[in-house]
Design a binder for this molecule. Sequence first.
Ligand code: AKG
Length: 279
Amino acid sequence: MPVVSFEVPVIDNPGREDFMRIVRAGQPVIVRGATEKWPALGEWSPAYIREKSGHRVVPIEFYPGGSWYGQWTTVSMRLDRYIDILESEGAPEMCYLAQAKVDEYLPELVDDVPVPAVLDGQDGIGAGAFLGRDSITALHYHSRDEALLCQISGRKKVVLYAPEDYRNLRYAHPFSYRFNFSDMDLSGEPETRYARLRRARPYECVLEQGDALFIPLFWSHVTENQGLSASVTFFWRSVDNTWTPLSLALRSRLGFWFRSQVSGRVVGGIQKLFGYPAV
Ligand SMILES: O=C(O)CCC(=O)C(=O)O
């Protein structure tokens, strides 16, 4: 993770209109108070989640490389078994319940995390749950969506880079299944391994319970759960800024199209045959 970084601005509970102005500006912001009425705050302990949804089978990302995730695979596991791992002395950072659709995988928890008022009336919203301990995601950007990452319990460090920096961040080629993921190992002192990273301008923040981070379209981000952490991210289709910068917009459209028409189908077929994606 970078040594020199910029701060992400914080604002208190904006109204819907003000929040939409921020979305249109395409700048990351920490929103305080957006989820203050959520039943999940203070409630989502491992024991609570186990009791409510422990019987559910959920997708767990597994990182064979340990705390650095160049590649990963996804396995299906009962949630109570996964919580056993999180509570064990083993290596919980090797796995992560990441982006599990709340309504599909954790229906008992949907009412705990209602759509925040700043997103009232927004079309096509999806919510993904993240539950992990000490896990670190790979650096990536969203190629079509805006996102609001709502921290429910524990702490999460997030480092973001503006869209203009994508050339400094070693993204996979546009025809890759993971075209919007970087292959950089950001552990230790990454600037010594990747000269171009020294040109990039990281924005850094640590989210606490109740914070919500707006992650704009095309902004690269990497997250690190500091201990046990639970969050839910809301995604919705971006309508502004989708062609800026043009080169990133073009590679994103090409990458998304290729994944939905070709590589995604191949991976989906393998998953159907063998029960897990071979990537
Ligand atoms: O919450 C996390 O750890 C990852 C969130 C993220 O990367 C995302 O919402 O795209």
